[in-house]
Design a protein around this ligand. Structure first.
Ligand code: AMP
Ligand code: ZN
Length: 137
């Protein structure tokens, strides 16, 4: 429990939330600002700043629950699809520094969520160098 962390306070029950799933490791609740109806956050109960700070076991536990909750949200909302996003650090848009995974049901390509993967011509030499660097890191 981190004193000034809003999600730790939600987990402790000090701040109310609209819970949709809970077990020993994880809590899932509706995002207070619904990007689309059913927008849900899946949060590990043990505080970590974001996924980059968590080990593989904790991450695997979290994503097992993301899968479970995503299917519950899909069944409840009849969404046509969804985006699953976890922001890490300010540069990516992270505003709450307790790991969370957004489940955002999608109803239309006009939903109020814009993620754009700008297209680039592939440079295969650069790709090979970058892949090697990542492989060896
Ligand atoms: P991010 O920008 O990825 O760090 O997302 C943080 C999310 O937490 C935002 O979508 C907020 O709307 C949501 N949020 C902040 N406070 C609360 C709260 N008290 N209950 C539910 N969701 C919250
Ligand atoms: Zn926390």
């Amino acid at each position: 429990m981190v004193d000034d962390c809003i999600f730790c306070k939600i987990i402790a029950g000090d701040i109310p939330s609209s819970k949709v799933y809970e077990d020993e490791e994880v809590l899932a609740f509706l995002d207070i600002s619904q990007v689309t109806p059913g927008h849900t956050l899946v949060v590990p109960k043990k505080h970590a700043r974001n996924l980059l700070e968590m080990d593989e076991t904790a991450t695997a536990q979290l994503f097992a629950r993301v899968s479970k909750v995503a299917k519950k949200v899909e069944a409840a909302t009849q969404a046509k699809g969804m985006n699953i996003i976890s922001n890490m650090e300010e540069v990516s848009g992270q505003t709450v520094f307790h790991t969370h995974v957004h489940i955002i049901p999608r109803y239309s390509d006009q939903d109020e969520l814009a993620i754009s993967f700008t297209e680039h011509e592939p440079n295969f030499e650069q790709l090979a160098v970058l892949a090697e660097t990542i492989k060896n890191s």
